[in-house]
Each structure stands twice: as C-alpha cells, then as structure tokens.
Design a protein around this ligand. Sequence first.
Ligand SMILES: C[S@@+](CC[C@H](N)C(=O)[O-])C[C@H]1O[C@@H](n2cnc3c(N)ncnc32)[C@H](O)[C@@H]1O
Length: 244
Amino acid sequence: MDLKELNWLIKEKYKTNINLNNFIKDFKKLQKNIPLDYVIGETDFLNCKINLKYKPLIPRVETIWYMEKETNFLKQYFKNKIEILDIFSGSGCMGIYANKILNSNITFSDIKNTFLKQIKLNCMINNIHNYTIIKSNIFKKINKQYNLILANPPYVPKKDLIQKSVLQYEPSIALFGKGKDGLGIISIFLKNLNSHLKNNGICILEFHPNQKEKIQDILDQSNFKYIFKKDQYLRDRYVLIFKK
Ligand SMILES: C[S@@+](CC[C@H](N)C(=O)[O-])C[C@H]1O[C@@H](n2cnc3c(N)ncnc32)[C@H](O)[C@@H]1O
C-alpha cells in the first residue's frame, strides 16, 4: 500500500467524514493488497458511477480510454435509435456508458449470476430503467441481432504475468480466456458474431496485444471489414468489426 492509495480512499470514500472503525478496517484491506477500487466500493467510468459490490472485474484504463476515443465516431455513425449488446458485461460499465451517449435500447449479458445482480444495481445507480439482462454462455441464450456489440471477453493467456493482487482478488472467470493463447472464448465469439450483428452493425472487441495476428486470420476468413486499433500505451488492444 502506498500513501497515494490512502489519500484516494479518504478523498473518494470518506470525504470529510471519517468513521474511525471503518477506516481502520479499510486500511487493513489495503495492507492485504485488496484493490483500492474494491475497498472504495465503486469507480468512475467516463462519469458513470460503477459500483463494485459483487466484485466484477474493475474497469481497466485501456477500456475507458478507447470507449472515450470512439465516442464521437459512434455518435456520428449511429444517428437513429439502435440496439446495443454489452456481452461479457461484468459490471456493465461499457453498456451503461454507451447507452448514455447513444439513442439506444441496451441489453447486457454475462455468464455469472452475481454479475447479473451487479449490472442491475449499476443500471439503477445510473438511472437506466429500460434494459434487458440475459444470463448466457457467450451467445447461447442470445437470439436477437444488434447494431452495436461491445465485447471485452476474458482473453488473458494462462501464462501471462499478472499482478499478484489481481490474481488474488479479481475474478479469474473475467480474466483468462480458454486455451494456451487465451483465444478460446474469442474464437467462439467471432464464429457466432455474424448472426448477431445487424447489417451495417459494428462490434468493438478488446483483446491481448499478442492475439492480433490470430484474430486477423479469423477475420480474414469472414466477410467482415475491420480496423485494428492501439491503446494509449501503443499496444494493439481492440478491433472495430463492420458488417457491411
Ligand atoms: C474482462 S471481463 C469484462 C467486464 C466489463 N465488460 C469491463 O470491460 O470491465 C469479462 C466478463 O466475461 C464474463 N464471462 C466469462 N466467460 C464467459 C462466457 N463463457 N460467456 C459469457 N460471459 C463470460 C465474466 O464473468 C466477466 O464478467
């Protein structure tokens, strides 16, 4: 734990009103390397408040960065009301933000029950009342087609070096993709994407920088058009997939 974390904890959670007992409990959590956002209990995703009560993946700065970066493009591209699917939804952060900036109906899906509760809670906190939540293994229970699909699947390869506190406290179901290269879930997702994307629809798919070439191979065998993009650290990080 460093002093910066303590400062953030006080600023974000206690503000001017420190309850000493609770503060000591939180201090001990930080000493155990529990991630600060879990200790605070919420985080910010482009001005959407994202509660973390059920311990979904803590939204990553890369995801926040590219969602902000693509905002103007998405607003320009989708002028009419659209259907959005936030698949692999976790906290619901991507869909909640997209629904805020686009005239849309929003559907969330995840495989884990507690994250479905988390999404419901975050919709309430962000004043989203009209939404659908589907429990689904990738696309299995999803029958409709969407104009925009946001997908940040588990993709970390098994052998990737991961910070100890992430391994210890964040859900492994949210991190590791199946297979040695971590591409198991992404491959199934891409195989089934065409039937869930409307004509002229777009999918934004996040991946591990080492997976670009294999994803490109899969996309080259499809009829999709695509543009690979880098994150703020100039690492290959996401791809915009177009159904034309
Ligand atoms: C990397 S997290 C993404 C969370 C959130 N979208 C974000 O960007 O912070 C991946 C999510 O996929 C879910 N997941 C894992 N395997 C899945 C599967 N087979 N089908 C559907 N969801 C799955 C996990 O529960 C987790 O919430």
